[in-house]
Ligand binder design. Structure first.
Ligand code: HEC
Ligand code: HEC
Length: 375
């Protein structure tokens, strides 16, 4: 008898759920547990002008998330809002801090529960041009990456539905979501689209490098030496027939892109045995083990420590890594062709590379009031 009753209850419950779902579909305004989403995800209002110099690469902006002034403002507030984390102590800006070019001075970042991740927080610089997101490229775009840290158990350790409940009652956000999307409905998609837009505004083209190449300033002789050998092949003839006794940086950190990356993955010889598989860890392809995104080098002076695990503290150590040739492995990049013997750069040339790297610093970028914590 009780068995029959239980069965009846179950059927009644299923019927109730089905009716509830179809009722929600019928009536837009009906309050309901079944998520129906917001009415629109198209950012509205005045266009945001990225103000890029003529030589900047082509910005990558998804057609369904055009840059708008109000959406960028909303994104900036969300980026800096600690309510995005489980215990309300951590914002995106905690790990991506202005003074370190929006990266973290700790080799690997620590989340709200005191647990360290395994990677160095990346500097958020000129991402609007970069098709690869993350050291291993695991995120398809900045929209996806703006959602992930919130739910990452060793980063912000929160759920988006909790975040939205925390923000929903805040009249400032009610106004900002209305200004950005036409209604005060809040959800993960609206929030992450706006954060992605804010990150796309974080662009840097006012380094000494720009003022020399496209303006009247001059490099010091040391900086000029660094630039010259940047673009020269390594090795000296006759041992290396095409050798130019240079530093060979240009193959991967290409000057032509203006942001000193070739938008590719490479294994730059950090290890012979990989503790982190990088791109290969995502794709499962052994030919991609130990390969990581070539990062931009703009503002590199500020974003120590260096590499995906923050293993080098200074630019001098980085230069010494390349000078030594690094470590051979099955996937080491062909452009790291001096893994045996090294580049054998003189002390003067090594100092030149460091001086040139520092000419990519843009103090106005890291102090730009538009990017700072608005709270
Ligand atoms: C606990 C520290 C931490 C917090 C909080 C954090 N990040 Fe990060 N972020 C990292 C680390 C570490 C990486 C590199 C991870 C990797 O590649 O595996 C990263 C990478 C990124 C990248 C990729 C950059 C590139 O060059 O490809 C973006 C974009 C980014 N974070 C944006 C955000 C946003 C937006 C938030 C807030 C919603 C946020 N991060 C919160 C630590 C953090
Ligand atoms: C084979 C391609 C390649 C060559 C050649 C190359 N790099 Fe790199 N570089 C990379 C990659 C890939 C990374 C990130 C590697 C990682 O973290 O695992 C990197 C990282 C760096 C970093 C640290 C960036 C950061 O945000 O932590 C600096 C600085 C740097 N390179 C400078 C140079 C200089 C100077 C040269 C020439 C002497 C050079 N690179 C040559 C591919 C290359």
């Amino acid at each position: 008898m009780t068995e029959v009753k239980n069965k009846m209850r179950k059927i009644a419950y299923i019927v109730f759920v089905l009716v509830a779902i179809s009722a929600c579909r019928d009536k837009d305004e009906m309050p309901c547990d079944v998520p129906t989403g917001c009415d629109s995800y198209a950012p509205i209002g005045e266009n945001y002008n990225l103000n890029l110099p003529f030589y900047a690469p082509e910005p990558l902006i998804p057609t369904d998330n055009p840059m708008k002034v109000n959406s960028v403002i909303l994104g900036r507030h969300l980026f800096w809002d600690k309510r995005l984390s489980g215990d309300n102590t951590m914002s995106c800006g905690t790990c991506h801090s202005p003074s370190t070019a929006f990266s973290d001075s700790s080799p690997t970042s620590v989340g709200i529960d005191g647990i360290f991740g395994t990677r160095n927080a990346m500097a958020l610089v000129n991402l609007v041009f970069q098709p690869i997101v993350m050291w291993d490229g695991r995120q398809p775009d900045l929209e996806a990456q703006s959602g992930a840290p919130v739910e990452d158990p060793i980063e912000m350790h929160e759920t988006w539905s909790n975040v939205i409940s925390k923000l929903e009652t805040d009249t400032m956000y009610q106004r900002m979501f209305t200004d950005a999307y036409g209604s005060q409905c809040m959800d993960k998609e609206r929030a992450t689209k706006s954060i992605a837009q804010f990150v796309r505004t974080m662009n840097s083209f006012n380094a000494k490098y720009d003022r020399v190449i496209y303006g009247p300033e001059q490099f010091t002789s040391l900086e000029q030496l660094g630039l010259d050998i940047w673009n020269d092949e390594g090795g000296s003839p006759p041992a290396v027939p095409m050798g130019q006794e240079g530093a060979d940086c240009f193959h991967c950190h290409s000057l032509a892109t203006e942001i000193f990356t070739d938008f590719q993955f490479h294994n730059n010889g950090l290890d012979s045995v990989f503790t982190d598989l990088g791109q290969g860890g995502i794709t499962g392809n052994p030919n991609q083990y130990g390969r990581f995104k070539t990062p931009t080098l703009r503002n590199i002076e500020y974003s120590a420590p260096y590499m995906h695990d923050g293993r080098f503290n200074t630019l001098e150590e980085v230069v010494e890594h390349y000078n030594s040739g690094g470590h051979p492995s099955a996937t080491v990049d062909p452009f790291m062709k001096f893994t045996v013997g090294g580049l054998q750069l003189t002390e003067q040339k090594k100092a030149g590379l460091v001086a040139f790297l520092k000419a990519l610093s843009d103090p106005e970028f890291i102090t730009n009031p538009e990017f700072q914590d608005p709270f």
